[in-house]
Design a protein around this ligand. Structure first.
Ligand code: PMP
Ligand code: GLN
Length: 382
C-alpha cells in the first residue's frame, strides 16, 4: 500500500496551460491558450547547436553555466541597460525562467516571510512562495489597466515583508512597468530588507517603442534583486527550457548553493550555440517589431467580433473582455469556445488565487498569420 503523504501544495491542481492545451488537442482546436510559437525557430541557431554537438560539447559545463555564454549575456546587459554585470559572480544559467524564479525564492525565503505578489500572477509564483513556507501577500493590479497601485503596496508592507515579485512585461495582461513604477518601488524598498524578484522573460517583447524598465538598469535595486530571463521566449524555442538569473554576487553565491544540488548544470550544446548567437544584436532586437505586427494583425481581425480588447504593451498575449458575448464564467466560456468553436484561450481567473473573474480571457498571438486568421474566422461566429 502506498504510504500516505501530506501534500505540500494541497490547493493546487494541474496548471491551466496543461489543461487548456490538452482540451485543445482533444477537440482539434487552434491553440491560442498556452504561450508558444507555432512557427519554426531560427535555423542558424539550430545549426550552431548541431555544430556544438559535433564538436563534442556534450559533457557537463560548469555549474554556473558556460562562461562564454555568461560573457555574452553580460555584454548584452551592458549594451541594452548600461549595467555592469560580472559574468563570473553574478550570472547563473538555469533550465528556464520558471526554475530561476523557484531557485531565487528557495534561496532566500524563511518560513513566515511575506512576499508581495501582484494578481493576476503567472501561475508558478504563489505555489513557489507557499512551498517555501512563506506567505503570499496578494495585491490586485487595478482593473482594467492592470497598473500597480503603490499605495496599496505601502499598506501591505510589514516587518515580515521579505520580497516583492515583479513581472514586466506582464503575463497575462501585457502591462509594463514605467519609470514612475521604478521610482515608487525604490521609495518603498530603500533602507529595508526587502528583496526583489523581477521576471523579465518578455524583455524583448515590449511594443510601441516603450523602453523596457529592466531592474538591470538600476544598480541600487540590483543590490537586492534577482532578475530572471528565458531563452525560450527570445528565440522562439520554449521547449529548450533554458534561461538565467542575474543578481548581486552575495545573493548569487547563495542561489548557486541551491542550484548546484538541484539541476547542477544545464544542456551544454545549446549554451555553446547561444554564446555565439547572442552576439548578433539583430537576433533579439528584431523580435519586438515582429511580434508587434502579430499583435496588431490579430487585434485588427478581432475587431469583427464582439470581443473587447484590453491593451497589450508587451509579452505575446492580449486579453479581451467577452461580456458582450456571454455571462458565463471565464472558465466555462474558455472551455466552451475550445470545444464548440475550435479556439483555445486561457481564462484570466486562473491567475488569481481566489479565482477573481472579470470576464476576461487571454489569447496568445505568437502564431503564423494563417493560424491567427483561421482563429479569427472561427471567433467571428460567436
Ligand atoms: N515567467 C513568465 C511570466 C512566463 O510567461 C514564462 C513562460 N512560460 C516563464 C516565466 C517561464 O519561462 P521558461 O519556459 O523559460 O521556464
Ligand atoms: N508561459 C506560458 C504561458 O503563459 C506557459 C508555460 C507553461 O505551460 N508552464 O502560456
Amino acid at each position: 500500500m502506498t504510504p500516505v503523504i501530506q501534500s505540500k501544495l494541497p490547493d493546487v491542481g494541474t496548471t491551466i496551460f496543461t489543461v487548456m492545451s490538452a482540451l485543445a488537442t482533444k477537440h482539434n482546436a487552434i491553440n491560442l491558450g498556452q504561450g508558444f510559437p507555432d512557427f519554426p525557430m531560427n535555423q542558424e541557431l539550430i545549426a550552431l547547436v548541431n555544430e556544438a554537438m559535433k564538436k563534442n560539447h556534450n559533457q557537463y559545463v560548469p555549474m554556473q553555466g558556460y562562461m562564454p555564454l555568461r560573457e555574452s549575456i553580460a555584454q548584452k546587459a551592458k549594451f541594452l541597460y548600461g549595467s555592469k554585470i560580472n559574468p563570473d559572480t553574478q550570472i547563473t544559467i538555469t533550465p528556464g525562467g520558471t526554475y530561476a524564479i523557484y531557485t531565487a525564492l528557495t534561496t532566500v525565503l524563511q518560513p513566515g516571510d511575506e512576499v508581495i505578489v501582484f494578481e493576476p500572477a503567472y501561475d508558478s509564483y504563489i505555489p513557489n512562495v507557499e512551498i517555501n513556507g512563506a506567505v503570499p501577500v496578494l495585491i490586485n493590479l487595478d482593473f482594467p489597466d492592470y497598473k500597480i497601485d503603490w499605495n496599496k503596496v505601502r499598506q501591505k508592507i510589514t516587518p515580515k515583508t521579505r520580497m516583492i515579485m515583479l513581472n514586466s512585461p506582464n503575463n497575462p495582461t501585457g502591462s509594463v512597468l514605467t519609470e514612475h513604477d521604478i521610482a515608487e518601488l525604490r521609495s518603498i524598498v530603500t533602507n529595508t530588507k526587502i528583496l526583489i524578484q523581477s521576471d523579465e522573460v518578455y524583455e524583448h517583447l515590449v511594443f510601441d517603442n516603450i523602453p523596457h524598465q529592466s531592474i538591470l538598469r538600476y544598480p541600487d535595486l540590483m543590490e537586492r534583486a534577482f532578475v530572471s530571463f528565458s531563452f525560450g521566449k527570445v528565440y522562439n524555442c520554449t521547449g529548450w527550457k533554458l534561461g538565467y538569473s542575474i543578481s548581486s554576487p552575495e545573493l548569487m553565491t547563495e542561489f548557486r548553493k541551491v542550484h548546484q544540488f538541484n539541476c547542477f548544470s544545464c544542456h551544454s550544446p545549446s549554451q555553446v550555440a547561444l554564446a555565439t548567437f547572442l552576439q548578433n544584436k539583430e537576433s533579439y532586437l528584431s523580435l519586438a517589431p515582429f511580434m508587434q505586427n502579430k499583435r496588431d494583425y490579430f487585434a485588427d481581425m478581432l475587431k469583427q467580433t464582439r470581443f473587447t480588447p484590453l491593451p497589450s504593451y508587451g509579452s505575446y498575449f492580449q486579453c479581451f473582455k467577452y461580456d458582450r458575448i456571454s455571462d458565463e464564467s471565464d472558465k466555462d466560456f474558455s472551455m466552451r469556445i475550445t470545444k464548440e468553436y475550435g479556439v483555445a484561450c486561457i481564462p484570466v481567473s486562473a491567475f488569481y488565487k481566489a479565482g477573481t473573474d472579470n470576464k476576461v480571457i487571454r489569447f496568445c498571438f505568437c502564431k503564423k498569420e494563417e493560424t491567427l486568421q483561421e482563429a479569427a474566422n472561427r471567433l467571428v461566429k460567436l
